[in-house]
Ligand binder design. Structure first.
Ligand code: C2E
Ligand code: MG
Ligand code: MG
Ligand code: MG
Length: 281
C-alpha cells in the first residue's frame, strides 16, 4: 500500500492565513470594487487517486486578496455575491484563470483536470456552457479535463434552468461533481436521474464517524449508494492518516484534503505535482 509512504512524504506547508467569515464584514460596494480591481484569485487544491497516488485534478478555491485585510475566505463573500448577482463576475474570473492554468500545466506535461465550484445562480446563467466551451477552445483544454461542482441540494433541484444547464454541460463532455455529498438528502431516485460523473463526500461525514461511531454506517451507505449509481467517489477534508485509512478501507476512489496538500497558488502547482509523483515512486 502507498499509504505509509504517502504519510511520511506529505508536504506540510504552512497554511496561508485565511480570514474567516465571522471576522469580516463585506458590502456589495466592497465586492464591486474587488471585481473591478481584480482582487480575486483562485488557489488550487490537489486530489489524488488512492490506488496509485496519481494526482488527477485540482479544485479551484477562490481567495480575495484584500489590500488591508489579507486573504479573505470564500465563506465571507460568496453568499452575498450570489444574492446580489455579482457571482457571475467572480465565476468568470475563476473559470478564466483555472482554464488558463490548465493550459500552462499541460504544457509542462501535467495532465490533470481542473474543478470549478458553481452556485445555483451561476449555473443558471443561460450561456454558461458555451462560455466554458469557448474558454476550453481558446486555451485548447479537453472538455473532460474541466469539472464543475455543485452542492447536492443544487444537484437534485427541480429547477428547469439548472437541470437544463447540467444536461448541456454533460453533453459537451465536462465532468460534473456533486459537492458536499451526504448533506443534501438526495434520494436514490433523484440522484439516479442526474447527469453527474462523481460525488465528493462531505468532510462532516468523515469527521462525524470519529465523534460518533454509529455514523460509520451512514458513511458506508453514502459511498455504496454513489458507487451503485455509477459515480466515481472522492473524499474531501481528508485531514490525517486516520481519515485516509478509513476512506481507503471503504474503497473511496480519490482523496482531497490537508493530508495531501493545502490549497496553493497556481504558481506552486507544477512543482508540487512533480514532487508528489517523484516521492511516490
Ligand atoms: P468546498 O467546495 O466544499 O471546498 C472545500 C473546502 O474545504 C475549502 O474551503 C477547502 O479549503 C477546505 N478544505 C480542504 N481540505 C480540508 C481539510 O483537510 N480540512 C478542512 N477542515 N478543510 C479542508 P474554502 O476554500 O474556504 O471554500 C469554502 C467553500 O466556498 C467551498 O467549499 C465552496 O463551496 C465555496 N467556494 C470556494 N471557491 C469558490 C468559487 O470559486 N465559486 C463558488 N461558487 N464557490 C466557491
Ligand atoms: Mg467544491
Ligand atoms: Mg465540498
Ligand atoms: Mg464542504
Amino acid at each position: 500500500s502507498l499509504r505509509p509512504l504517502i504519510v511520511r512524504l506529505v508536504a506540510r506547508r504552512a497554511a496561508a492565513p485565511l480570514l474567516k467569515s465571522r471576522s469580516v464584514h463585506v458590502t456589495v460596494e466592497d465586492l464591486r470594487h474587488a471585481i473591478a480591481d481584480k482582487q480575486f484569485v483562485p488557489h488550487f487544491q490537489p486530489r489524488v487517486r488512492r490506488a496509485d497516488g496519481v494526482v488527477t485534478a485540482v479544485e479551484a478555491l477562490i481567495r480575495w486578496r484584500h489590500p488591508d485585510r489579507g486573504l479573505v475566505s470564500p465563506g465571507a463573500f460568496i453568499p452575498l455575491a450570489d444574492r446580489t448577482g455579482l457571482i457571475d463576475g467572480i465565476t468568470d474570473v475563476v473559470l478564466e484563470k483555472s482554464i488558463a492554468w490548465a493550459r500552462i500545466w499541460r504544457d509542462s506535461g501535467i495532465d490533470i483536470a481542473v474543478s470549478v465550484n458553481l452556485t445555483e445562480n451561476a449555473l443558471s446563467e443561460p450561456d454558461l456552457p458555451e462560455r466554458i466551451a469557448l474558454l476550453a477552445r481558446q486555451h485548447d483544454v479537453p472538455h473532460e479535463r474541466i469539472l464543475l461542482e455543485v452542492t447536492e441540494t443544487v444537484a437534485i433541484t427541480e429547477a428547469a434552468t439548472s437541470l437544463e444547464a447540467l444536461a448541456r454541460l454533460r453533453i459537451k463532455g465536462f465532468g460534473l461533481s456533486i459537492d458536499d455529498f451526504g448533506t443534501g438528502m438526495g434520494t436514490p431516485e433523484q440522484l439516479a436521474r442526474t447527469p453527474f460523473t462523481e460525488v465528493k463526500i462531505d468532510q462532516a461525514l468523515v469527521t462525524g464517524v470519529f465523534d460518533q461511531p454509529q455514523f460509520y454506517g451512514v458513511l458506508e451507505y453514502s459511498l455504496k449508494l454513489a458507487r451503485q449509481l455509477g459515480f466515481k467517489t472522492v473524499a474531501e477534508g481528508v485531514e490525517g492518516p486516520k481519515d485516509w485509512q478509513l476512506l481507503s478501507d471503504l474503497g473511496c476512489d480519490e482523496m482531497q484534503g490537508y493530508h495531501v496538500a493545502r490549497p496553493m497558488p497556481g504558481e506552486e502547482v507544477e512543482g508540487w505535482v512533480q514532487g508528489w509523483h517523484r516521492d511516490a515512486q
